[in-house]
Design a binder for this molecule. Structure first.
Ligand SMILES: Cc1ncc(COP(=O)(O)O)c(C=O)c1O
Length: 342
């Protein structure tokens, strides 16, 4: 059995010894009563980092997104979003099931839907039309290979949306990756969005948890929706303790993740039979020309390299803190060998 280098996602990281230690020692209370001191500390620190009045700790990025959609919409509304967005593609139909809204998906290179296109899709007021109420953005954009949206684009979508009476939710599961990639602060992306999420359990390394940040009043409303969706937690300060370390120490590892993704890209760029997309952050999407996705995933697994099939003809490599430079070299050498022999 080979030892595995796991490139499937940045969610596979193990909590560090410091996290486990902090979890064991965390002061806790009943968070449904708002009495968990470690969660309160995490929410305050998260709100400051995300440039919002208040924040809420939730079990997952999916729940944080779906609570946000529920905050800003009524059943029967329409939501505008990029066709690759996680909210639409990977949240098991939650838009329809949990909030009763429909998605209007739009194309855009690197997750950037042109404002002119958004503008043409806002429904006029007419009895036959759904009400357009929300725009969802995603940074980094997972389906587009960790593509980074710049603050200027996000600001302009926010300003445009508010001019039309629409709300904007930013799925910032990997917003810290975007901040590190551009050398800016997370708050630079959130000036004109109504809500933003940040996952602590992806590149930042915590075992569980996502922050949702918005105004104080909207956090109060989001607490009720979280409870309705079954996400009210009790002594979850043991999770928030790891989340605090993820927030404080996690960002330092991300520049290395991005450097390793670029290195992986460079090492495999010239390999015949596949095409690697240049990474803006910590993902490398490889388009296969001479093998199927299923074959490639299983042959790589036999050789100790774990990757995900990511749509027709595509596999995804994600770098994270539990991978080393040697893992990158090994993955590249394995890919070269597999494709040269195909
Ligand atoms: C962009 C994005 N948003 C949201 C999520 C959902 O996070 P979770 O797996 O914690 O539900 C993911 C998960 O990979 C993601 O990539």
């Amino acid at each position: 059995m080979p030892t595995f280098a796991d490139f499937r996602s940045d969610t596979v990281t193990q909590p560090t010894p410091a996290m486990r230690d902090a979890m064991a020692r965390a002061p806790v209370g009943d968070d449904v009563f708002g009495e968990d001191p470690t969660i309160i500390e995490l929410e305050q620190e998260g709100a400051r980092l995300l440039g919002k009045e208040a924040a809420l700790f939730l079990p997952s990025g999916t729940m944080a997104n779906q609570v946000s959609v529920n905050l800003w919409t009524r059943p029967g509304d329409e939501v505008l979003l990029h066709e690759g967005c996680h909210v639409f593609r990977f949240e098991t139909g939650g838009l329809a099931m949990l909030s009763g809204v429909q998605a209007r998906t739009l194309p855009g290179i690197g997750g950037v839907v042109p404002i002119s296109l958004l503008d043409s899709e806002v429904r006029p007021t007419f009895d036959a039309y759904p009400r357009t109420s929300l725009v969802v953005l995603e940074n980094t954009n997972n389906w587009e290979g960790g593509a980074v949206l710049g603050p200027t684009y996000i600001d302009s979508v926010g300003e445009w949306a508010h001019g039309h009476g629409l709300k904007v939710h930013l799925d910032g599961a990997r917003l810290m990756n975007a901040a590190v990639a551009l050398g800016v602060e997370c708050a630079d992306f959130t000036r004109h969005v109504d809500s933003v999420t940040l996952c602590l359990s992806k590149g930042l390394g915590a075992p569980v948890g996502t922050l949702l940040a918005t105004t104080r009043d909207s956090v109060a409303a989001a607490r009720r929706v979280r409870k309705r969706f079954g996400g009210g937690m009790r002594q979850a300060g043991i999770l928030a303790a790891a989340g605090l370390l993820a927030l404080r120490d996690g960002p330092r590892a991300l520049a290395d993740d991005h450097r390793r993704a670029r290195r992986l890209h460079d090492l495999i760029a010239a390999t015949a039979g596949m095409k690697a997309q240049f990474p803006a952050s910590n993902m490398v999407i490889v388009s296969l020309q001479s093998r199927t996705v299923e074959d490639t995933v299983s042959i790589l697994r036999e050789r100790g390299i774990l990757v995900l099939g990511f749509g027709p003809g595509r596999i995804r490599f994600v770098t994270h803190r539990d991978l080393t430079d040697a893992d990158i070299d090994r993955a590249a050498a394995t890919l070269n060998e597999v494709f040269l022999n195909s």
